[in-house]
Design a binder for this molecule. Structure first.
Ligand code: PMP
Length: 422
């Protein structure tokens, strides 16, 4: 749970970097698996050989996946996984004789990575801006952000249905026969704090996509691999996407690794058509990365960490509520499992964000680090302006005492930073 810097200061890791270190740092079982793999084989190009490590990891992922997700493509990170998923979706339609499908629909306040394809579907305004002329056209609809966008006269379920109707209108406006896929994070992460979907939202989205032959790509790079208490976050929504991306917690930071899980019909269309997926990077299915990821996933299963994340996650939510709920600058606390976001506001009643020039989220990070706590700050967008969020994603091994300490130190840091901000 701890990271030590060159000056010997210790930091309690409450965010796993950016929701990466699912097992904390220096886990002996993962290190042993990596050593064993390096001793046997460090690298094999996938055009010559697959490796036992890659095969075993793919089996492990499919074994825990929602029914239908049966094929795995192993890459080196989140953006790579998203790029691959976007291209798989496009190639699928080329193979099945619908090459006119060229358009993606995604959401505002979303993040899917920093490569050009991922940026094109991402809804993070400032990251897109300098590259906008280079990005493939995509339509962005509203994210599921009840704290700010659910109306007083609608229930959470009605709000979710309204968002699904908005998606359908966007598909119809584009022409359904032109749309490749709808891309969304199952639980939003890196742009607007943790955005948990309202009940029924993703089921309604799945129905809309099916009605128009549009694929559903769920990006679980941050929220997947147990982070929200189930291996895949979409399990809790009762939907199965056509393509699903994972990374971060997959390898727990021990190696750079990501993956796309695909429904069989997508892969079969490519096998029947041009015979292969027209993509590929040198380090696909890297054996040491796969061995590390497999070890991380085996530890999670062996040690019952999903159940622990569910139970202790609910407890963590209560601790955060106790420590921060009454703070005048804490607007919202939301999350699931070991994935929580705190949205900071200048004024609670009006949900008014702080002046972006203050960079309050960065201040909270700084003050927290001075107290020996690592939290992930985010300047997400709120109504076109920057808002201030703090993301918490502790390693799954965190004890209840660790969680209590995190909540306490964060409360101190927020009090100190907001006092300084005035
Ligand atoms: N998708 C999501 C949902 C993410 O949170 C991230 C990283 N924050 C990415 C994609 C990109 O992953 P990477 O940084 O590993 O390329």
């Amino acid at each position: 749970m701890w990271v030590h810097d060159a000056q010997g200061r210790a930091y309690l890791d409450a965010c796993g970097g950016a929701a990466v270190s699912a097992l904390g740092h220096g886990h002996p079982d993962v290190l042993a698996a990596m050593h064993a793999q390096i001793d046997r084989l460090a690298y094999a190009h996938t055009s010559f050989f697959t490796s036992e490590a890659a095969e075993a990891l793919a089996d492990e992922l499919v074994r825990g996946a929602p029914a239908g997700l049966e094929q795995v493509y192993l890459v080196s990170g989140g953006s790579e996984a998203v790029e691959a998923a976007l291209k798989m979706a496009r190639q699928y339609f080329v193979e099945v004789g619908q090459p006119q499908r060229t358009h993606f629909i995604a959401r505002r306040q979303s993040y899917h990575g920093n490569t050009l394809g991922a940026l094109a579907v991402g809804g993070n305004a400032w990251r897109r801006e300098p590259f906008a002329p280079l990005l493939a056209p995509a339509t962005h609809v509203a994210p599921c952000y009840p704290y700010r966008e659910q109306r007083a006269d609608e229930t959470p379920v009605q709000y979710g249905q309204r968002l699904a109707r908005e998606l359908e209108e966007a598909i119809l406006a584009q022409g359904p026969e032109r749309v490749i896929a709808f891309v969304a994070e199952t639980v939003g992460g890196a742009t607007a704090g943790v955005l948990t979907p309202v009940p029924g939202y993703f089921q309604a989205v799945r129905e809309v996509c099916d009605r128009h032959g549009v694929l559903l790509i769920l990006d679980e790079v941050m929220c997947g691999m147990g982070r929200t208490g189930t291996l895949y976050a979409c399990e809790q929504e009762g939907v199965v996407p056509d393509l699903l991306t994972i990374a971060k917690g997959l390898g727990g930071g021990y190696q750079p690794v990501g993956a796309v899980l695909a429904q069989r019909r997508i892969v079969e269309a490519m096998s029947r058509g041009s015979g292969f997926f027209q993509h590929g990077h040198t380090y696909l299915g890297h054996p040491v990365a796969c061995a590390a990821a497999l070890a991380v996933q085996q530890v999670i299963r062996r040690d019952g960490l999903l159940a622990k994340v569910r139970d202790d996650g609910a407890h963590f939510g209560r601790l955060l509520e106790q420590a921060l709920g009454a703070h005048p600058h804490v607007g919202d606390i939301r999350g699931r499992g070991f994935f929580w976001g705190v949205e900071l506001v200048a004024e609670r009643a009006g949900k008014t964000p702080f002046d972006p020039a203050r960079q309050l989220h960065a201040q909270v990070k700084k003050v927290a680090m001075a107290r020996g706590l690592m939290v992930y700050p985010m300047g997400g967008t709120v109504d076109g302006r920057q808002g201030d969020h703090v993301l918490l994603a502790p390693p799954f091994i965190a004890t209840r005492a660790d969680l209590e300490r995190i909540a306490g130190l964060l409360a101190e840091a927020i009090a100190a930073a907001t006092q300084a901000a005035g």
